[in-house]
Design a protein around this ligand. Structure first.
Ligand code: MRU
Length: 366
């Protein structure tokens, strides 16, 4: 991807120019490469809700930078300065409910506010920018590490199928599920990728197909309903997806349509891999039943995508008014259908609660 296609950039305040979170507008890809510059909390909140920036790690990074946009009055008391940042954190946390990376990143930012004293409050804005930048840079390294670990599972594959977009657009760069594909491509082993369209917002056909094509990886778009037939014909060597939240027992929440893929993969004896950084795990949730699932606007189902692929410009009516629609954005795949979870720390094969706990215990005591 070119610099123009960087998912997220931060613009520090200078003179009369306020700080801003500068986003590649993912509602417009592939028709246009446009950026949206958010200078206020409501603008950034709206950008997350509308999926201008989307994908679990990218939402966390954008929100972390977003905290620095809090309208702080530098002459206010330390207590009021802290309150302003806490309010910003609470507000950003209401943008989307499923990706735990959002809350993980906001918790890190909250930690700095809590740690500030009346003596150090003047340094807080600088520290918050540094923390958000660290979250951004750490995501880059984690994506590279996931690519390397994930590649060990795909060495014998020629063709993989992916769902939604878990690439550079969903992260700082490089991606989670797409990272092993990019890693292998750099090493001269180019996989063929089938990208599910991913209805209703078409992250697969619009975003995954776009970014893989930019990188020179051959990609074929298929409708979500074609996956079973492709597997039946022996055309898929592995399914590889990202995740928005993984429970302690290894149950995986990801874009709606992931669970049926896992069922199909099991039936056809195709390995089903999930690639996600450790900050996508929510160890406070015992199982996937407890993961909050975002319900999105009915209009995403009722109308086709609008002009220029802008998902929020209504296109043609696609459902008669008399019919009701449901639009859950995510589903949960039980751990028993997952062949392996890849994190930046390594691979958890056939994930269970015990194996997830061991994976994390090994990180804490290297
Ligand atoms: O609604 P979205 O586009 O934010 O959904 C994104 C996904 O489901 C991704 O697969 C997930 O966030 C992993 S991204 C590395």
């Amino acid at each position: 991807m070119t610099a123009d296609a960087e998912t997220i950039r931060y613009r520090a305040a200078t003179g009369d120019t306020p700080a801003a979170v500068d986003l590649l507008d993912q509602t417009r890809i592939p028709a246009e490469l446009e950026r949206l510059v958010c200078e206020s909390l409501p603008e950034l909140h709206d950008a997350i809700v509308r999926l201008v920036v989307r994908g679990a790690p990218a939402i966390g990074i954008a929100a972390a930078y977003g905290v620095t946009l809090a309208p702080v009055d530098s002459s206010a008391s330390p207590e009021n300065v802290r309150r302003c940042y806490y309010d910003a954190i609470e507000y950003l946390a209401t943008s989307r409910p499923t990706a735990v990376n959002l809350f993980w990143a906001l918790d890190r930012m909250r930690g700095l506010v809590e740690a500030s004293t009346d003596e150090t409050i003047g340094d807080l804005p600088r520290r918050l920018i540094d923390e958000a930048t660290a979250i951004h840079n750490e995501d880059r390294s984690m994506c590279r590490a996931m690519g390397k670990h994930g590649a060990t599972l795909l060495g014998d594959c020629q063709t993989v199928l992916t769902h939604c977009n878990a690439g550079g657009l969903a992260t700082a760069e490089y991606g989670t599920a797409l990272s092993p594909i990019y890693y292998l491509h750099e090493k001269g082993h180019t996989l063929n990728v089938f990208a599910d369209e991913t209805r209703p917002l078409m992250q697969g056909s619009r975003l995954t197909a776009w970014e893989l094509s930019q990188a020179g990886v051959p990609v074929t778009v298929c409708t979500d309903s074609m996956a079973g037939s492709l597997m039946q014909r022996g055309l898929i060597d592995a399914v590889i997806v990202g995740s928005d939240r993984i429970a302690e027992n290894g149950d995986v929440a990801n874009k709606i349509g992931t669970y049926p893929l896992a069922v199909l993969a099991r039936y056809h004896d195709v390995p089903f891999y999930v690639v996600a950084p450790t900050n996508t795990f929510d160890l406070e949730l015992e199982s996937g039943d407890l993961i909050p699932i975002e319900q999105r606007s009915e209009d995403e189902m009722r109308y086709t995508l609008g002009a220029d692929s802008n998902v929020h410009t209504k296109g043609r009516m696609a459902v008669p008014r008399e019919a009701s629609v449901i639009n859950p954005a995510f589903d949960v795949t039980p751990a028993e259908l997952v062949t392996a979870i890849v994190t930046e720390q390594g691979v958890i094969k056939q994930p269970t609660r015990e194996k997830v706990q061991q994976h994390f215990a090994a990180i804490q005591t290297p």
